[in-house]
Design a protein around this ligand. Sequence first.
Ligand code: FE2
Ligand code: FE2
Length: 281
Amino acid sequence: MGRGRRPLISRGKAFCPAYCPDMKVLFIGDIVAKSGRTAVRALLPAVVSRYKIDFVIANGENAAAGFGITEPVAEEIFSMGVHVITSGNHIWDKKDAIPYLSKENRVLRPLNYPPGVPGYGSIVWSVRGMKVAVLNLSGRVFMSPIDCPFRTGMAEIERLRLETNCIVVDFHAEATSEKIAFGYFVDGRVSAVLGTHTHVQTADEKILPGGTAYITDAGMTGPAESVIGIEKEQIIERFLLQMPRKFETAKGTAIFSAAAIEIDDKTGRALAIQRLQLTYP
Ligand SMILES: [Fe+2]
Ligand SMILES: [Fe+2]
């Protein structure tokens, strides 16, 4: 790099591999079915130990057989060391999610569902004497109609900031433009904006100018040889015939996709973001 040139994007400093005062958060992209859960069970302890992770968030909207989440599946994920589960448009696929989300504040659904929808869209967690908030939002482009994530999200961020500067947002959305715009919209007001929903990890992790860690999509934790988690032959047939059919999640080697973020808990600014992709077995 020539003199006077600055890197186009900043990934922050290298992720600190040691125990340090900063808060270290791991965010696991959409866990798909048993394949994804098995990968989390097998790989999470080593990742937590290697990166000295304090707090683990996982998107679990596809955790139960690829569609939605149930209480036993959520409990299984919590037992693996995940602290908070976020979700998205698939959250209501299993009917027992409705009573479950009404009583379990560690499983979030997008905050910007209309008023009256059961469940919680944010939570504040205490870790090593520090507080971190998790906020779940859904985008609107190429997705079901929902309240404005920008206005609803910013109002909630300002409310959460009364309690902590450390805020991690799961922005569950299809369009890259909507995610990138939201990242800049809240830059400096939250510690991280981590995209989910497409199940494809993007290579654009960075620290935005105001100090917010950002990635358009953290990717999927589920069957690697699949079309975003589903048996590839079934999806190819769907594209060829344009007829409805039953989808099943694929088998075989799993991919574990995540992002690790290091946060200065005094300011809430992100110091580093590290993208992860591992396979199991
Ligand atoms: Fe998903
Ligand atoms: Fe989704």
